[in-house]
Design a protein around this ligand. Structure first.
Ligand code: PSV
Ligand code: MN
Ligand code: MN
Length: 392
């Protein structure tokens, strides 16, 4: 295996962006169970996110969703976040809540609806200038439910035109990331269903446009790490939305359902030069979470999530790449597979606890959170929390 000190040294480069909406109440279409202490404002969501960073050192930025996290003064919000030790990250647009978007947004055949959707993205870009955010993330609920319901080709052409307008508005250092999802809320066809469509659309836009890979947005059995490899190879992997799925877009804690898959993904990220700083240059692949905590407490849920990413990254960094390359070169199938497994089955938790302590962080962030009294305090202070995302 790789030298542990070298591997853990690279962990310094790990930064995970947490979503503001993970701190709000969420649920299924059957029931949203409220939890005490739920944030009532975006400031409270940021305060909770800052707690995760304070205890783990892993989550320096918070992604916002507009209009869920709409405020009057974004510069002030940025200052507020900085005061708590975190920054504002990706701005997520939202064209899936308004009645006007019933038949689509950027793909709509109505000029007025398309205009509204494009203008919303302009507003998001204006916000990015104030928050200092690099990435505009676009996920579209656009699609149809029945064969023949609409002209798929026309929708794809209109999508390209709409994206072009949005892209042209980006600042010098800003990027657009286009997220794909194979189904839901549309059930017959989705306008950006797969990485190929996202790749084709972002390739046509230019070098500031990338693909966002949400790990929960694939058909069962999809080899996600292959997609990671391919997008990195093509220079078009912009970001991840990490979460776990058992069945559909479950949005469960990353690494909970299949830690081995997360390990394999992180291996390809590292292998493809997408991890941390490569030759002193930021690689550009943003590692974000896109999760909801329907049953478990939200802050510990987020702490667990970032620790899972750290753990699988550490294991992936332990892969003896020289031994792997040699086994691959000589066609030694079992030896190559054993190199992978040796790293995956290494329990890195004691090493990570030491790593944290050496940086003045709690060895056990979950225990430290429990002991901090923070949850008790917010349970008392915050009355009337809101469902994730629904209003500020
Ligand atoms: C859609 O399922 C998605 O993954 C997109 O990233 C949204 O912005 C996010 O969930 C939150 O609803
Ligand atoms: Mn997502
Ligand atoms: Mn999703």
């Amino acid at each position: 295996m790789n030298d542990v000190a070298t591997a853990l040294g690279r962990l310094e480069e790990l930064a995970i962006e947490v979503p503001s909406w993970a701190y709000g109440n969420s649920g299924t279409r059957f029931k949203v169970f409220g939890t005490p202490g739920t944030p009532r404002t975006v400031q409270e969501k940021i305060a909770d996110a800052a707690k995760v960073h304070e205890l783990t050192g892993l989550a320096p930025t918070v992604a916002l969703h507009i209009p869920w996290d709409k405020v009057d003064d974004y510069a002030a919000l940025k200052g507020y976040a900085a005061g708590l030790g975190v920054g504002l990250g990706t701005i997520n647009s939202n064209t899936f809540q308004d009645d006007e978007y019933k038949f689509g947004s950027l793909t709509s055949s109505s000029d007025a609806v398309r205009r509204r959707a494009i203008d919303h993205h302009f507003e998001c870009i204006d916000i990015m200038h104030q928050t200092g955010s690099r990435d505009l993330k676009i996920w579209l609920a656009d699609g149809t439910n029945y064969p023949g319901q609409d002209d798929m080709r026309g929708r794809q052409d209109r999508l390209a035109e709409s994206l072009q307008e949005i892209y042209a508005r980006l600042g010098e250092d800003q990027r657009l990331v286009l997220e794909y999802k194979f189904f839901e809320p549309a059930f017959y066809h989705t306008d950006v269903p797969d990485w190929g469509t996202s790749y084709a659309q972002t390739l046509a836009l230019g070098e500031k446009a990338f693909v966002c890979l949400d790990t929960g947005h694939h058909a069962p059995g999809t080899n996600i790490e292959f997609i990671v490899m391919q997008l990195l190879r093509l220079g078009k992997l912009g970001s991840f939305d990490f979460n776990s799925r058992f069945y559909a877009d479950d949005d469960l804690i990353v690494g909970a359902a299949d830690p081995f898959q997360l390990f394999r993904i992180m291996h390809e990220v590292i292998r493809g030069g997408g991890f941390g700083s490569v030759s002193g240059k930021e690689s550009g692949v943003a590692l974000m979470l896109d999760q909801c905590h329907n049953l478990e407490e939200k802050i510990p849920g987020q702490i667990r999530s970032v620790l899972n990413v750290q753990e699988m990254t550490a294991r992936a960094l332990l892969i003896d790449t020289a031994a792997l390359a040699e086994a691959q070169r000589t066609g030694d199938v079992l030896a190559a597979n054993a190199v992978f497994n040796d790293a995956f089955y290494t329990d890195v938790r004691p090493m990570l606890a030491e790593w944290r302590e050496s940086r003045g962080l709690p060895a056990d962030p979950l225990a430290a959170f429990k002991a901090s009294g923070y949850q008790k305090q917010i349970n008392e202070d915050r009355v009337g929390g809101q469902q994730a995302g629904w209003g500020a």
